[in-house]
Design a protein. Sequence first.
Length: 164
Amino acid sequence: MSVVVCDASPLIILAKLDRLHLITDLLGNDVVVLQCVADEVLGERAGTLERQRLDGFLSTAATVTAFEDSDIVANALSVSDCYTLTYSIRNAADWLLVDERLMRRVTTEHGIAVMGFLGLLVGAANRGILTRAEAETLVRDAVGQHDLRISVALYQRVLDELQG
């Protein structure tokens, strides 16, 4: 069984799109979310519907774990990011679901597979969990309606892959 540790940004955008189930559908049922990440995603910036979706996912599909320790020293990362990286490395997670570039690099250096929000959508389309058209619509909605910030080149590359 694959252990999947989730960072905040993919959880937030998946909740906004009502697609949190894609995590377990694609990566497995052993999902871990650190308490600090849960606190972040359920915080005051979350909308009511987003918070309800996240709360439902966290209470039924994930194990929320209290962990506050870090072996990582990186001024460019938040304390929560350092905790998430340390937890993933110490517990030999199979996957870290994360969008932040520096976290992705550190994670892969430790032999942990990484996937971000866009990779999750492409993977779901490749496995038939979503149609390519559904995945493309979700990418467009994430960028256009939910403020997902990605480069134009990455946006086009993902759309090309989904259309191709």
